[in-house]
Design a protein around this ligand. Structure first.
Ligand code: PPS
Length: 365
């Protein structure tokens, strides 16, 4: 039997609709601008560096953010109210967000998994179905809570709004080999950037990523924040690793369902049951080949139009070996070892790297 849905799905947004009186629009716009101005003043006093795209990024509470994201984060810290039934997916960028958004959406709406129009994932990007909190808050500063209880953020654990910790809401954190994260992020940023902005080279991206100066970086502190929380509050924070999920997705989906308090039934787990259907539907091959993800677009991250296809590239473990030189790989592995050693997260990525053939350094662009 299918388990009940965990979320009340409503695809309406909290943005003022077209029927609202013009005056209301104007007042709302003025209020939004006041909040923005106040936050910008605060941001202007923070340490800044050149970002991966054209604009500067700022150091706030030990992590780097673009101005728009930081504005969203400040709004969330000021007034976001989490509910105990909320489910928050947290990730460092390019660690499996799109995949987990799709999986969690289906997991919490188990009745609608099929290839018909009734399944929202057939026609809508996972990024539209599961809102990113900081981006939503920047657009809706007076009411920064999306209507769905399934939400996503890239914000590090230590900077999350207090209510996400005190409410007891569930947090699922996915992390991935930092070398693959760097390469995925570099490809993404260069696809996202407007034509008039020059590309960031991989060497430059590597240098900044290694120093921790990357969007929401340092990567290592990001992972450790959630790792520590999962050790302290295992009933509230679940850590998943992209590579483990690729190896045995069914096993980890079952873990996920149990963590959310809605384990699968024996029937759902068996053979071609719901678990394997769900895993197949959310696989890279299936999702990336849906019409909506090949041809569709949505707005977000401060961009009016983002093509859905740029969230799907290869979906493989270890692609970084095709881009990074041996020296770069060794350097990133060394940082990972130093940072993670005392927390027993050491060498979690070594098995993928044993038989790698790597790019000569001169070939890295
Ligand atoms: N369904 C599925 N299964 C496995 N892997 C997938 C899936 N969908 C997307 N991807 C790969 O995930 C990478 C994008 O990361 P994110 O989704 O975290 O990006 S973002 O933070 O939301 O921008 C990016 O990784 P790379 O291919 O290495 O660049 C995507 O290809």
């Amino acid at each position: 039997m299918a388990s009940p849905s965990l979320t009340t799905q409503s695809f309406s947004s909290n943005i003022v609709g077209p029927d609202e009186p013009k005056l209301f629009h104007k007042e709302k716009e003025d209020e939004n601008n006041q909040i923005l101005q106040k936050n910008l003043l605060m941001v202007s006093e923070l340490p800044s560096e050149k970002g991966w795209l054209s604009e500067n990024i700022h150091l706030y509470q030990g992590f780097w953010y673009s101005t728009g994201v930081l504005n969203g984060l400040l709004i969330l810290q000021q007034c976001f109210q989490a509910q105990p039934s909320d489910i928050l997916l947290a990730t460092y960028p390019k660690s499996g967000t799109t995949w987990l958004k799709a999986l969690l959406f289906i997991l919490t709406n188990r009745t609608c998994i099929d290839n018909s129009e009734k399944n929202p994932l057939m026609t809508t990007s996972p990024h539209e179905l599961v809102s990113m909190l900081e981006s939503y808050a920047a657009k809706n500063p007076m009411n920064p809570r999306p209507s769905n209880s399934l939400m996503h953020t890239h914000i590090p654990y230590t900077s999350l709004p207090e209510s996400t910790k005190s409410s007891g809401c569930r947090i699922i954190y996915v992390y991935r080999d930092p070398k693959d994260v760097l390469v995925s992020c570099w490809h993404f940023v260069n696809k996202l950037k407007p034509n008039e902005i020059p590309q960031i080279s991989l060497v430059e991206a590597f240098e900044r990523f290694s120093r921790g100066v990357s969007p929401y970086g340092p990567y290592w502190d990001h992972v450790l924040g959630y790792w520590k929380a999962s050790v302290e509050f295992p009933e509230r924070v679940l850590l998943l690793r992209y590579e483990d999920m690729k190896r045995d997705p069914c096993f980890h989906i079952k873990r996920l369902a149990e963590f959310l308090g809605h384990p699968f039934t024996t029937e759902e787990e068996a053979g071609e049951g719901l678990v394997s259907k769900l895993v197949d539907f959310c696989s890279f091959e299936k999702l990336s080949n849906l019409e909506v993800n090949k041809k569709g677009s949505h707005s977000g991250f401060g961009f009016p139009v983002i093509e859905n296809k740029i969230f799907f590239r290869q979906g493989q473990v270890g692609d970084s070996k095709n881009h990074l030189a041996r020296e770069m790989i060794d350097h990133l592995d060394q940082i990972t070892e130093e940072k993670f050693k005392e927390f027993h997260l050491i060498n979690t990525f070594s098995s993928e790297e044993d038989e790698i053939s790597v790019c000569p350094i001169d070939n890295v662009i």
